[in-house]
Write a protein that binds this ligand. Sequence first.
Ligand SMILES: Cc1cc2nc3c(=O)[nH]c(=O)nc-3n(C[C@H](O)[C@H](O)[C@H](O)COP(=O)(O)OP(=O)(O)OC[C@H]3O[C@@H](n4cnc5c(N)ncnc54)[C@H](O)[C@@H]3O)c2cc1C
Length: 377
Amino acid sequence: MDSTSKIVIVGAGIVGSAIAFQLSKRHRNVTVVEARRPGSGATLASYAWINSRDKTPRGYHDLNRRSLDMWSRFAQDLNADIGLRWGGEMRWSASDEGAETLLNRAAELRSWGYPVAEITRDVARAMEPGVVMEPFTSAVYCGIEGHVDTQRVVRTCLNHLQQAGGELITNDSVASIEMESGADGKSAVTSVLLSSGREIPCDVLILAAGFDTTALAAMAGIEFSQRNSPGATVVTEPQSPIFRNIVCMHTPRDLPDLLMNVRQFTDGSVMVHAGSHSGAISDTSEDDPEKILAEIARFIPILAGAKLKEIRRGMRPMPEDGFPVIGFSDPVPNLYLAVMHSGVTLAALTGEFAAIEILDSEQVDILDPYRLERFNQ
Ligand SMILES: Cc1cc2nc3c(=O)[nH]c(=O)nc-3n(C[C@H](O)[C@H](O)[C@H](O)COP(=O)(O)OP(=O)(O)OC[C@H]3O[C@@H](n4cnc5c(N)ncnc54)[C@H](O)[C@@H]3O)c2cc1C
């Protein structure tokens, strides 16, 4: 691509920002348009666990694993404190049946080269004396996982964009996409029109608008649907350190009540992501946040009396089959889509590989299963 070509990115969540960062390292003419405040969509609500733990099938696990392994270099390139914390995740089971499920999955993951170790009750307790693991039938620990402060990631990516000469437009949304028809029966995006009335010509348009990507793509004549998956997380006021070794904890998946995921930011505030047994993405975080904080104190007594700071809400971007959509679209060849769940884990990979596909016109083969065209087959 010509260095004068104009690239416009719609959406300054973690995905759009990571792409903006990677592009702006090599290309000056990048503009990011964000309807609200950067990082205020799903990226704000995110539990932001960088992992490939519950990802299947194998190819999708490998995609997430590859991105997980790219995160340290991404963080190093960002050259700022982005609240990235490594240390791994621990979970345990409460029943014999739960132990079987937990240990079988751990064995499968190990056979895929993913280091989830079975640990004894004594080891689990010694690692995390502040966590009450009762009832207990088995436990596993995966040391390569981490989490990150998504707001800092977004801010840092966009700072780099601006320092490299790119433009960030906030509180203004893309209201329409202008197109022209080519002789080959395909269309091309020529510009985007913002709510403010400003028109921005573009040679390449990247849609990284999370859940709203479906509506934006429709403006360019591209149809794809997403699941309706609202999510929320609960954040406390800063607390004393809750973990000694791990950085993420999941309560047993086989307990008959709430499932909770817990992490602690570097300022001490604690994020709890709660769900129900009806599925990993069935959130109950906003139903009764005080109850969630009371429940989590059962497992982490130091959190008893922790004050609620905020509830963060967002729509998970999630194409209908649950997998990402990444890449140029066939009917509109200068329109690039990047919409996905696990967008925090996948941000490192998506930013780097999107830059290859856009600037070098090369298709990255590991992304082939995640093209939009799969829905037409
Ligand atoms: C509760 C919850 C827990 C999660 N946990 C994890 C986890 O542990 N690990 C993980 O990897 N992922 C997790 N995810 C998923 C992850 O957070 C998302 O995949 C990721 O944040 C998506 O980022 P994004 O940039 O694509 O979308 P978003 O963050 O939603 O950003 C899209 C942006 O586009 C903007 N926009 C929309 N329309 C327009 C328009 N017309 N013009 C201009 N701008 C527009 C929006 O304002 C928004 O800021 C979780 C998500 C939720 C909700």
